[in-house]
Design a protein around this ligand. Structure first.
Ligand SMILES: [Zn+2]
Length: 338
């Protein structure tokens, strides 16, 4: 089969790779229905995160089970399934606390931009849909594999509740789905921080009530202006830079919550600033597996349509163009079909 391999900065190739096989009795092989490019794929793509050797790419996936190992019980060939970027047993203490992305036996699933994928710990990792999904639902089901699950975790970690006032830092696909998640959780006012017209439009469609175009200290000042100098109850930090993290902390009201899901690059927090900020901080790699049943159900019943974040769909063999379009911010998120 052929799949995506990153060789170095801005060098993604679609080339021959070994077709995955069952390696352990708890594995499953799935035939990919759809995969995509993640904002976090852009860190190594841009050379900000160094790679030692060519690496296969892709960690968001859904598809049909092709084959299962001898120890797999609940997952069966023919099912349409969705999994997370971390395989998890779903039985260890960390999983039981709802943190499957910190499973004691977790394994990263990182080669999904391909026609076939091996998923370890299949029973713990994969969740099947009630039936074969209609074609127009596949993009939304794909989002719950990571980007929607991550936006949802950001809102949950930021303690969004009915009536909350929320700010979302970052207008990438995760930030936009953070807006959608906050809306679903009953937030009354949702301030999206974005300076791009097409993203502002989608943020409004997903439930944003206000748009703030300023960044950094000016962004904080604008949030304070909108909240009579108090700050918001909940901030979703969906970028991962020093500026975005400080913007999130400083926009939060005393006693409020920051849910941070942007993978940090060069973020340093100072004890004294944290001490006097009086905020709750909670974040990390989203425990997507924890939310899969709930989010699949929301998509299945047509309550949410997170697949709207895909504004570019390409055949998998054009994966390099998919990366370029996102790198140059011509696309919010690229869907790839094998
Ligand atoms: Zn576990």
């Amino acid at each position: 089969m052929r799949g995506a391999v990153l060789y170095g900065p801005r060098d993604v190739r679609f080339e021959e790779r070994d077709t995955p096989k069952i390696l352990k009795p708890s594995d499953a092989i799935i035939r990919i229905s759809a995969t995509c490019v993640c904002g976090s794929d852009l860190w190594p793509y841009r050379g900000i995160q160094k790679i030692e050797q060519p690496i296969p790419m892709g960690h968001e996936y859904c598809g049909i089970v092709e084959e299962v190992g001898s120890a797999v019980r609940s997952i069966k060939p023919g099912q349409f399934v969705i999994g997370s970027f971390f395989a998890s047993d779903n039985t260890c203490p960390n999983c039981n606390h709802g943190y499957q992305s910190s499973c004691q036996h977790r394994e990263f699933v990182g080669d999904a931009q391909a026609p076939f994928l091996r998923v370890p710990l299949a029973d713990g990792t994969l969740v099947s849909t009630p039936d074969a999904p209609p074609e127009d639902m596949i993009s939304s089901l794909l989002t719950v594999s990571d980007v929607m699950g991550t936006g949802w975790f950001a809102a949950a970690a930021a303690n969004v509740k009915p009536g909350s006032t929320v700010a979302v830092v970052g207008d990438g696909a995760v930030g936009l789905l953070g807006v959608l998640s906050a809306k679903q959780m009953g937030a009354e006012r949702i301030i999206a921080m974005s300076r791009h017209e097409s993203r502002q439009k989608l943020a409004r469609e997903f439930g944003a009530t206000d748009i703030v175009t300023e960044r950094g200290d000016e962004g904080v000042a604008r949030i304070m202006e909108l909240t009579r100098g108090i700050g918001v109850d909940s901030v979703l930090e969906c970028v991962g830079t020093q500026e975005s993290m400080m913007q999130a902390i400083q926009s939060t009201r005393r006693g409020g919550y920051v849910g941070y899901v942007g993978v940090p690059h060069g973020v340093e927090l100072y004890g004294e600033k944290l001490f006097f900020a009086h905020v709750h901080l909670h974040g990390g790699p989203a425990p997507v597996r924890h939310y899969l049943p709930e989010l699949i159900d929301l998509v299945w019943k047509g309550r949410v349509n997170p697949g709207r974040v895909f504004d570019l769909t390409l055949p998998l063999d054009q994966v390099a163009e998919g990366y370029r379009a996102m790198d140059e911010r011509r696309a919010i998120k690229t869907l790839l079909r094998p």
